[in-house]
Design a protein around this ligand. Structure first.
Ligand code: PMP
Length: 432
């Protein structure tokens, strides 16, 4: 999540054109002050296609930010599937519906054979936050424990339960008494050692560890594709009687280019996996995938129903998205275009000392901007974000110091899109 300063400053209303200023005023009056708008100069989009968004004047913006419309903005097959189902029937998961069962079977089959035996059940929610909330309830009911370990700048969503394990949202003070955030990745602290020390600390407080939950690309920790020690940390948690939840809301559905799921690149098999964002290409559908024995223990304590979770229209969107992902070879596209993009940003970094580090997997890149001393340069990052917006390229800054440019486009991003990003990034850096 970008920090406060990459957003529009409401006191600078008078710098905007008349239509934009009027919309901003009406929006604030109606929605109140908790919402934020991207950019010094907020932008109004009216249409999207592939990795491009179009503003009210028809200008074409390159989208390197939005991971949700993963098979491309307004993909015709997803649109048609939603429209057809909505025109015919929409109910919920309390009636038999073959398409829902078939989608669950199809999605479970993407967890490779060995894993599928372990990750054998799927439960639908509407958002990633709800998926993480449900995963925590399953973990707590199965283990009878409370303790939750997260990464230092983790973000897992917005429900009360999940906000209480999301330090990037409200800082350390907003965490529940049973939550502990561990240093690393991105520091020289070993992740496994940090988790082991935290397990002991939780024990000392009489709150034994129930779960370690991580986003397997560590997006809000600055995009960390490789975290030495993660597999050892998971072993330590299991040895102590806890479980491992892989939050695949960001890395899942092929984003990292080397397969469908981010946990695989760490050589891990999670106890529970949470899915969301790209699952319905923008339609709100999300899920928990997990060990049948854990879900049986949860079910023994009560039933599960989520009014909109897994409704037939959402399932139609999710099935069409999965079909397009496969039919258009988008995981492979993520790997190939992402690798070329990473190489070219690395070349740019060798020519410009303000790029202090570049990391990536598939079409998920983190680019650190630093000052002359090599320290994180948040103000440069935010200046570049705004300059790129003016050059019609959408990007955001994130990470604990908010100095990491996050490149995370729809997976249909092609080489021409990558060329345009590189040209505009180099120009923005030259002007900054
Ligand atoms: N987990 C991660 C890693 C996320 O990035 C997000 C959303 N940014 C969520 C969970 C929450 O998903 P949602 O906004 O759909 O509730």
């Amino acid at each position: 999540m970008p920090g406060p300063t990459s957003y529009f400053d409401p006191t600078s209303l008078d710098t905007l054109d008349q239509r934009t200023a009027e919309l901003v005023s009406r929006r604030t009056a109606a929605l109140g002050p908790a919402y934020r708008l991207f950019y010094r100069n907020p932008v109004e989009f009216v249409r999207g296609e592939r990795a491009h968004l179009f503003d009210r004047d028809g200008n074409d913006y390159l989208d390197t930010y939005n991971n949700v419309p993963s098979v491309g903005h307004a993909h015709p097959r997803v649109v048609a599937a939603i429209a057809e189902q909505a025109a015919r029937l929409n109910t919920h998961t309390r009636y038999l519906d073959e398409a829902t069962i078939a989608y669950a079977e199809d999605l479970l089959s993407t967890f490779a054979d060995a894993v599928a035996a372990t990750l054998g059940n799927l439960m639908f929610t509407c958002t990633g936050s709800e998926a993480n909330d449900l995963a925590l309830r399953i973990v707590k009911s199965a283990t009878g424990r409370q303790g939750v370990i997260v990464s230092w700048n983790a973000y897992h969503g917005v429900t009360t339960e999940v906000a209480a394990i999301s330090p990037s949202l409200g800082g350390m003070d907003s965490l529940a008494p049973w939550t502990r955030a561990v240093r690393a990745p991105g520091t020289d602290v070993d992740f496994a050692e940090a988790v082991e020390a935290t397990i002991a600390e939780l024990d000392a407080f009489g709150i034994p560890v129930a779960a370690l939950i991580v986003d397997t690309i560590f997006a809000s920790d600055g995009v960390r594709p490789d975290v030495p020690g993660l597999a050892r940390a998971v072993s330590a948690v299991r040895k102590a009687g806890g479980l491992f939840i892989a939050d695949e809301v960001q890395p899942g559905f092929g984003r990292l280019g080397d397969g469908m799921w981010g946990f695989a690149r760490h050589g891990l098999v999670p106890d529970l996996v949470t899915l969301g964002k790209p699952m319905g290409n923008g339609h709100p559908v999300a899920a928990v995938v997990g060990r049948p024995d854990l879900i049986a223990q949860f079910a023994a304590h009560g039933r599960y129903f989520n009014t909109y979770g897994g409704n037939p229209v959402s399932i139609a969107a999710a099935q069409a998205t999965l079909d397009v992902l496969r039919d258009e070879g988008l995981v492979e596209n993520s790997r190939v275009v992402g690798a070329r993009l990473l190489e070219r940003v690395e070349t740019l970094a060798r020519q410009d000392a303000r790029i202090g580090g570049v990391r990536g997997a598939g079409l998920f890149l983190g680019v650190d901007l630093v000052d002359a001393e090599g320290a994180p340069d948040e103000s440069l990052a935010l200046d570049i974000v705004n300059r790129l917006r003016d050059r019609r390229v959408l990007i955001a800054a994130s990470g604990p110091a908010n100095h990491t440019l996050k490149i995370r486009p729809p997976l249909v991003f092609d080489d021409a899109d990558a060329d345009r990003l590189l040209t505009e990034l180099a120009a923005a850096l030259a002007d900054a």
